[in-house]
Design a protein around this ligand. Structure first.
Ligand code: AMP
Ligand code: ZN
Length: 500
């Protein structure tokens, strides 16, 4: 079967065949977290979704440069051009250096990404490490006549841009008149702007501002949208293949990123824009003020009124994969319970499947069905990374595997080729592409580690007893272990134990 990858492109609102700009290579930029607070589950859903895409593109054989930034300056409390910097505000609140805040929450974010078993990006640039590049971009946009300076701040001229380029508003589907209405309330600083929809690309810092740099216009800091334009250009070039983020970033962040890139180089940055949809809880937006939120740690410990028990990270990840990245995902206790059941069922089937060696005389009908399901799973992932559909094909294979296990008539005749095709599909999809882990195995490993440690301790105690000629204790240890089918062998290099 010849499969072609297609992607739902938010820029054109069409599902399009994916053709990389340079054959065999893919440049992908995903907006990373603003590291001023603990990463929440919604963030995790977005980054897990892009991780699966990254893994699938690698699986297809592409050489992928995956850039995911860390926002550590410029993202203001109101997500626009007013208010304190989110990091700066947190630094004052926690009485920490801004970079201490950045480090603390970057560490937390990385730990959570490890817990969810996501791959690290190829480059993880920080906005504060790219101030020069951002200043240069502001200079270029100014030189191109698409920005203006007022009192040490520089604003992007959206009216001029919209009148000369029809791209403004294309991604978010908004027009300038709507933007005027939407931004009318945002009055602070507006006297400096020619038009309320203009946005800051450089901001003059006031006295209380903690993070600020010298620039040709003022001691200040870059606008939030600018960092992604500058860093994607630096690491992926003026034009690259994929740009991603949660769909709450479409406007103003991504719309303004496109405007800046076009303003600087007269070219639209990314060919395909991918937006993930939001995580909800009990049908409503997750919100702390509404008492409708849960942290990843609460989920893992079960310590929340919203859930009846603890759920492991892989169960939560599995639950996420059971919906398409482009649909909203509603987190409920019932859905997590169902996810846990599904996760255990598929992992159990996989364990049995991977232990199979050889095969039977063949069963044409069953084997055709097996091959069809495998092909469909491959096609599903090519169809805009459809993880729920691909997973459902694997689930359709589970009864076949279980019937083989139960020795049901006909199922034990499945050929070695068909078994190894299933083994390969389960291995590649569950672990390489979805990035799941079999917690039964990892838990088993942890217990085995603890067991080894305990045996070392017992052997040590027995050695001490023998040195002290305390034969009662040393015999008691040996006899009790023999009862438990654990043999001790004394040799030149010490004592070893074996399980009978
Ligand atoms: P932030 O740290 O707020 O800039 O967000 C980091 C990423 O998480 C962005 O791509 C957001 O769009 C995404 N995100 C934020 N909230 C949610 C949510 N409830 N569900 C899914 N993604 C989200
Ligand atoms: Zn961004």
């Amino acid at each position: 079967m010849n499969h072609e990858l297609s992607i739902q492109n938010s820029l054109t609102r069409q599902k399009e065949k994916f053709v990389p700009l340079k054959e065999g290579f893919i440049g992908m930029y995903v907006c990373g977290p603003t590291v001023y607070s603990d990463v929440h589950l919604g963030n995790c859903r977005t980054f897990v979704s892009f991780d699966v895409m990254y893994r699938f593109l690698l699986h297809l054989g592409y050489k992928v440069r995956y850039v995911r930034n860390i926002t550590d300056v410029g993202h203001l409390v109101d997500d626009a051009d007013t208010g304190d910097d989110k990091i700066g505000e947190r630094a004052k609140l926690e009485q920490l250096e801004p970079m201490e805040v950045v480090q603390k929450y970057s560490n937390g974010f990385h730990e959570m990404m490890d817990i969810f078993n996501t791959r690290k990006p190829s480059i993880e640039p920080r906005a504060t490490g790219h101030i020069m590049e951002q200043i240069e971009m502001v200079e270029t946009i100014l030189a191109n006549g698409l920005a203006y300076e007022k009192n040490g701040s520089v604003y992007f001229d959206t009216i001029k841009f919209a009148s000369t380029h029809d791209e403004y508003g294309k991604l978010s589907g908004r027009v300038i008149d709507e933007l005027l209405v939407e931004t009318r309330d945002d009055l602070k600083n507006q006297d400096e702007k020619n038009h309320p929809s203009d946005f800051a690309i450089w901001m003059r810092a006031d006295e209380s501002h903690l993070m600020k740099w010298e620039s040709p216009w003022s001691i200040g800091f870059p606008g939030w949208h600018l960092e992604c334009s500058a860093m994607s250009t630096k690491y992926l070039g003026e034009q690259f293949d994929i740009h991603g983020g949660g769909n709450d970033l479409k406007f103003p962040h991504h719309e303004n990123e496109i405007a800046q890139n076009i303003g600087a180089c007269n070219c639209s940055p990314a060919k395909y824009w991918i937006h993930t949809n939001m995580l909800l809880m009990n049908g409503r937006k997750m919100s702390k003020s509404d008492n409708n939120s849960i942290t990843p740690d609460q989920l893992f410990s079960g310590d929340s009124e919203h859930i009846t028990k603890a759920y492991s990270p892989m169960v939560v990840k599995f639950f996420m994969l059971q919906s398409h990245y482009g649909s909203t995902l509603d987190l409920t206790d019932a859905a997590l319970l169902a996810g846990e059941k599904g996760y255990k069922k598929i992992m159990e089937a996989n364990r049995y499947l991977q232990g199979l060696a050889g095969g039977g005389s063949g069963n044409a009908e069953l084997e055709t069905k097996i091959q069809e399901l495998i092909d469909q799973a491959v096609a599903d992932m090519h169809d805009d990374f459809n993880t729920p559909k691909a997973l459902s094909r694997l689930f359709e294979l589970v009864p076949i595997i279980n019937s083989h296990k139960d020795g049901k008539d006909g199922f034990d005749t499945i050929s070695a080729e068909a078994i190894s095709a299933m083994q390969e599909t389960f291995k590649v999809y569950l672990f390489d592409i979805f990035g799941l882990q079999d917690e039964f195995e990892t838990e088993g490993n942890a217990i085995a580690d603890k067991f080894s440690g305990l045996m070392e301790l017992i052997i040590d105690i027995r050695k001490d007893a023998r040195t002290e000629k305390n034969w009662g204790t040393s015999d008691k240890i040996r006899d009790k272990l023999t009862e438990l089918d654990i043999q001790l062998k004394d040799g030149k290099e010490g004592t070893h134990w074996t399980l009978n």
